[in-house]
Design a protein around this ligand. Structure first.
Ligand SMILES: Nc1ncnc2c1ncn2[C@@H]1O[C@H](COP(=O)(O)OP(=O)(O)OP(=O)(O)O)[C@@H](O)[C@H]1O
Ligand SMILES: [Mg+2]
Length: 349
């Protein structure tokens, strides 16, 4: 049994199901991201885990003991809310002390841990300020310190970086990740930001409509998406409609492609796995090939996006910048290894 186990969790509100059936095993010291679109049940899952709301079905186990019915303050979980939820009338230090006072920790020990907590999030010396005298990123770190000083068995972070600017967010990602690692804290990290999930976590659980659609490493999720939803939600993909040619073979834009013929399905290929070649480039035994005309090439910093139009639609190729972008209007071959092909059924309307 893993350190933290969620089994068949469900939460209903009236007739609507916020979390349908979530099962998840997390090892001690592991960091797992819950990644998914708005409304898929991420916060609800976290709140059930924290003991803030009760599930209609399912169980939760921590370190071998069932905690499903345990009140929130007995679960020893640090929760960082999306809106930092600091107490405006209390100083930074008292905010950090909150969970410790609740747990009856001695005054001397509290004072020591406040200092420790402030140092951990690099806010030493700011303990006397009020939250409104801090920047957003500093408030964020106070919320994090408050969750960490109780020495939680599990740290729950809900979109905790979403209100920060890009640069600060990036710095905080690394900061939280290194704190999480050095203290070995088991962490569940809710986000709808893919980069955050990829950089902050050992594994990613992609949620969709109250369920976990796939759980695995970033590479698993990106390279071997289990469902059409995961393939579309994580990273970018060209979605090419499959048809059958006169011989019944699979085709895209009227050109044969090396996949098993399937009806009512699309071929998914990542834009970075495709290359632009001269029209004379043949399709090899291990490659797929489509021809089209370059509509435009756009320089986007670390890569060049090339939009190619064929007889039945468009696709995007991402080329590393530095390579010469093809001239607009040129007829080209788009080539990729056939191992990059993923086929998913079209969803019923
Ligand atoms: N107290 C509530 N009463 C009724 N419905 C609720 C309640 N809380 C959440 N829901 C519904 O449950 C679903 C899941 O909500 P949840 O807050 O878990 O989503 P989320 O994945 O955290 O989304 P977001 O990324 O927008 O924060 C949503 O459809 C939401 O409207
Ligand atoms: Mg949420």
């Amino acid at each position: 049994m893993s350190y933290l186990e969620l089994a068949g969790l469900q939460k209903r509100y009236g007739n609507s199901v916020a979390v349908d059936d979530v099962s998840l095993s997390v090892e001690q010291g592991e960091s797992v991201a819950l990644l998914g679109p708005s409304g898929c049940g991420k916060t609800t899952t976290l709140r059930m885990l924290a003991g803030l709301i009760e599930p209609n079905r399912g169980t939760m186990t921590l370190d071998g003991s069932e905690i499903t019915k345990l009140p929130a303050h007995k679960r020893n979980m640090g929760y960082v809310f999306q809106s930092y939820a600091l107490f405006p009338h209390l100083s930074v230090g008292r905010n950090i002390a909150f969970g410790l006072e609740e747990r009856g920790v001695s005054r001397a020990e509290i004072a020591r841990r406040i200092e420790e907590g402030l140092a951990l999030v690099r806010l030493g010396g700011l303990g006397e300020r009020r939250p409104k005298e801090l920047s957003g990123g500093q408030q964020q770190r106070v919320a994090l310190a408050r969750a960490l000083v109780i020495q939680p068995s599990v740290l729950l972070l809900d979109e905790s970086l979403s209100n920060l600017d890009a640069k600060l967010r990036d710095a905080m990602r690394h900061e939280i990740r290194s704190i999480q690692r050095s203290l070995g804290i088991t962490t569940l990290f809710v986000t709808h930001d893919q980069v955050e999930a990829l950089t902050m976590c050992d594994r990613i659980a992609v949620m969709h409509r109250g369920r976990i659609a796939q759980i695995g490493s970033a590479e698993d999720i990106y390279n071997r998406p289990a469902t059409r939803f995961v393939a579309e939600f994580v990273g970018r993909a060209n979605v090419l409609p499959l048809a059958r040619d006169a011989q019944g073979r699979a085709s895209v834009w009227g050109q044969t492609v090396p996949v098993d013929a399937a009806d009512n399905a699309d071929l998914f290929v990542r834009p970075q796995r495709m290359r632009i070649m001269p029209l004379s480039e043949p399709a090899g035994a291990d490659t797929a090939r489509l021809t089209g005309r370059v509509l435009r090439s756009v320089f986007v910093g670390d890569h060049v996006e090339v939009l190619v139009e064929g007889a039945g639609g468009q696709l995007t190729v991402e080329m590393p910048s530095g390579t010469a972008a093809p001239v607009e209007g040129t007829e080209v071959a788009v080539v990729w290894p056939r191992t990059e092909n993923r086929v998913f059924q079209r969803e019923a309307p």
